[in-house]
Design a protein around this ligand. Structure first.
Ligand code: IPE
Length: 270
C-alpha cells in the first residue's frame, strides 16, 4: 500500500496572524516546494490549512464560534449571517493562495471546503471522507478550517483544521503520519516563548501523561490554539499514527518529517 501523510499548515504560519488577511508568500512557496518533494517520492498527501488572519479576526468579532447570537450582541456593521458568508469567502481566498503556491511547484491539487460537505464542529463532526480516500494518485486533496452549518440552536460554528486532521489521519487508509507545520516555534515548548531571557525549551517527545497546558491566545484565536493541536495529536497517536509538530519556517523540516526522517521538533507518543 502507498504511504499517506496528512499535513496541517497552521494559520499562524501561512498568514500574519494579527494583520487582517495578510499571507506570508515566501512561507507558502517554501511549504509548497517541500510538499512537492513528498509527492515526487511517491507519497499520497492530504493537506489541511488553518485560517490565521483570514478567519479568526472576523469570526471572533461576530462571535461565530458561539453560534447564533441575538442581533444586538454583535457589532452592527454586519449580521452574523453576513459574517458567516464573509469568513467563508475569506477562507476561499486564502485557499486560492495555497492552490496557487502548489500550482507554482507543479503540484496538482483539488480543494474541498468543509462548508460544502461537513456539518457540526469538534472531532466528531459529520462529513463523508470518501472523496479524500478516492483521490487519484499524485493529486493532493486540500481542505481547511471553515465556518460550517450546525444543528440548532447553534446553526453555525467553526470547524478547526485540527479536528479535520484528526478524522483524516485516523479514518483514511494507509496513513503513516500526521505533521503539523507551525509558525514561530520549533515544536511544543515547555513554556510559552517570551523573548527576553527565554526559558522555554523544546519538548522533543511527549506522552499524554506528561500533562500539558497550552497557552491559548483567546483574544485572537476562536479555535483551540496549541492545546487543541496537542489534544487531537494525542488522539491520533492513540490510533498508531506517528504525530510530529515541526517548524514550517526552517529549511526542509516539514518535508523531512513527512518522509519519516529524524528532524528537530516534537513527537507525540501514544
Ligand atoms: C479556523 O481553523 C477556521 C476559522 C477561523 C474560520 P484552524 O483552527 O484550523 O485555524 P488556525 O490554524 O488556528 O489558524
Amino acid at each position: 500500500m502507498r504511504e499517506r501523510v496528512i499535513i496541517k499548515w497552521g494559520g499562524g504560519l501561512i498568514t500574519e496572524k494579527d494583520k487582517m488577511k495578510t499571507v506570508r508568500t515566501d512561507i507558502l512557496d517554501s511549504l509548497a516546494n517541500q510538499l512537492e518533494a513528498c509527492v515526487t517520492q511517491g507519497m499520497d498527501v492530504v493537506l489541511v490549512h488553518g485560517a490565521g488572519s483570514f478567519g479568526h479576526l472576523k469570526a471572533r468579532k461576530y462571535r461565530l464560534a458561539e453560534g447564533r447570537q441575538t442581533r444586538d450582541s454583535v457589532p452592527p456593521n454586519m449580521t452574523q449571517d453576513e459574517a458567516v458568508e464573509a469568513v467563508r469567502n475569506d477562507m476561499q481566498e486564502l485557499n486560492q493562495y495555497v492552490i496557487d503556491a502548489l500550482t507554482k511547484y507543479d503540484v496538482s491539487a483539488v480543494s474541498l471546503p468543509p462548508h460544502l460537505w461537513a456539518r457540526n464542529t469538534g472531532p466528531n463532526f459529520e462529513g463523508d471522507l470518501t472523496m479524500f480516500e478516492g483521490a487519484p494518485r499524485g493529486i493532493v486533496v486540500v481542505t481547511h478550517g471553515d465556518v460550517v452549518d450546525c444543528d440548532m440552536p447553534e446553526e453555525f460554528g467553526i470547524l478547526s483544521g485540527d479536528d479535520l486532521v484528526y478524522r483524516l489521519a485516523t479514518e483514511l487508509s494507509g496513513v503513516q503520519r500526521l505533521v503539523f507545520a507551525m509558525g514561530g516555534v520549533e515544536g511544543i515548548l515547555s513554556e510559552p516563548p517570551n523573548g527576553v531571557n527565554d526559558a522555554s525549551k523544546l519538548i522533543e517527545t511527549m506522552r499524554i501523561k506528561d500533562g500539558y497546558e497550552g497557552e491559548h491566545m483567546s483574544e485572537i484565536d476562536v479555535t483551540g490554539g496549541i492545546g487543541l493541536k496537542v489534544e487531537r495529536g494525542f488522539q491520533t497517536a492513540a490510533h498508531g499514527v506517528a504525530v510530529h509538530l515541526v517548524s514550517g519556517e526552517i529549511e526542509m523540516r516539514v518535508r523531512d518529517a513527512c518522509l519519516g526522517h529524524e528532524v528537530r521538533g516534537t513527537t507525540l507518543l501514544p
